[in-house]
Write a protein that binds this ligand. Structure first.
Ligand SMILES: *[C@@H]1O[C@H](CO)[C@@H](O)[C@H](O)[C@H]1NC(C)=O
Ligand SMILES: *[C@@H]1O[C@H](CO)[C@@H](O)[C@H](O)[C@H]1NC(C)=O
Ligand SMILES: *[C@@H]1O[C@H](CO)[C@@H](O)[C@H](O)[C@H]1NC(C)=O
Ligand SMILES: *[C@@H]1O[C@H](CO)[C@@H](O)[C@H](O)[C@H]1NC(C)=O
Ligand SMILES: *[C@@H]1O[C@H](CO)[C@@H](O)[C@H](O)[C@H]1NC(C)=O
Ligand SMILES: *[C@@H]1O[C@H](CO)[C@@H](O)[C@H](O)[C@H]1NC(C)=O
Ligand SMILES: *[C@@H]1O[C@H](CO)[C@@H](O)[C@H](O)[C@H]1NC(C)=O
Ligand SMILES: *[C@@H]1O[C@H](CO)[C@@H](O)[C@H](O)[C@H]1NC(C)=O
Length: 211
């Protein structure tokens, strides 16, 4: 393989591995690091966590994670039931979760039309797309309950510099990689160079997985 492609692959995997994150509240299914890019729950299936549900308030509650990347397009979804296969209720997002450390949303509200009762079981899915497009998944299993306790400020806090902002994509020209019509300057620009490099990297990744 060409040396430059190997370097690109190494860069890709380094950025991918450094982009892993944990859910600290509600408590995640378990250490998903080796398989975190597996949809829908980072390779941690339901049977691993069936007996470790976090009680979560009936109107919604805190969600805390420990991101490790400069920023990530982030989604937080919910699925109802004791063995969720489709996370088809959007709780938050997408938004741009910025910087690394601990990030916590203290009060994620349920959609107004969602009717949950004391004891309703559900799972929360957090998705983070890193700046190179790696999609990382984690899930936490919850039981809605009036007895749910706040995680407290030792678990639910934002590290210095960690936060969220609206996504700032520039529009359709971002997709025009084949013609070189993408932006070539600016923080969010994806110029011809990076676009072609990404294609090369993904071709390399596909090749690796096909071996
Ligand atoms: C769930 O994970 C366990 C432990 O890794 C494994 O034995 C089991 O086959 C998995 N089940 C499914 C449906 O993937
Ligand atoms: C959850 O559903 C999957 C897929 O239907 C099944 O393989 C698995 O055994 C179920 N797990 C539990 C804990 O019921
Ligand atoms: C169950 O969740 C608690 C936090 O709610 C955590 O401290 C504990 O390690 C978890 N146990 C397992 C087996 O994952
Ligand atoms: C989500 O999926 C469940 C189970 O498949 C279904 O019953 C429910 O209607 C869906 N909800 C939405 C908002 O699509
Ligand atoms: C955040 O990322 C920087 C740069 O990679 C690193 O030096 C620092 O240790 C990270 N901090 C945390 C809390 O992960
Ligand atoms: C963390 O930052 C987000 C985004 O600015 C904010 O909504 C949230 O309230 C902050 N969390 C805490 C515990 O202050
Ligand atoms: C997310 O925020 C970071 C830090 O401000 C910024 O560099 C990046 O371009 C933003 N990404 C998107 C897609 O908005
Ligand atoms: C992509 O580039 C071509 C050629 O420059 C141009 O005709 C087309 O309008 C562009 N499409 C978008 C969505 O910017």
């Amino acid at each position: 393989m060409h040396a430059a492609i190997i370097t690109l692959l190494l860069t890709f995997f380094t950025s991918l591995s450094s982009a892993h994150y944990a859910l600290t509240f509600p408590y995640w299914r378990g250490p998903s690091f080796p398989t975190q890019w597996d949809y829908p729950c980072g390779g941690m299936n339901q049977s691993l966590s069936a007996n470790n549900r976090t009680l979560w308030p009936l109107s919604g509650g805190a969600i805390a994670l420990t991101p490790t990347h400069p920023w990530a397009q982030t989604y937080i979804n919910l699925g109802l039931g004791s063995n969720v296969t489709g996370f088809n209720i959007s709780l938050v997002g997408p938004f741009n979760q910025t910087s690394n450390g601990t990030f916590c949303l203290p009060e994620v509200k349920l959609p107004a039309d969602l009717n949950v009762q004391e004891g309703t079981q559900a799972s929360i899915q957090v998705v983070q797309l890193s700046h190179l497009g790696g999609a990382l998944y984690n899930c936490a299993d919850i039981t809605f309950s009036k007895d749910a306790k706040s995680p407290g400020s030792a678990v639910c806090f934002n590290s210095t510099g960690v936060g969220a902002q609206a996504l700032d994509y520039d529009g359709p020209e971002q997709c025009n990689a084949t013609t070189g019509g993408g932006k070539t300057s600016g923080a969010t620009g994806l110029g011809t160079g990076p676009g072609v490099m990404l294609l090369v990297v993904f071709a390399g990744v596909v090749a690796v997985f096909m071996v």
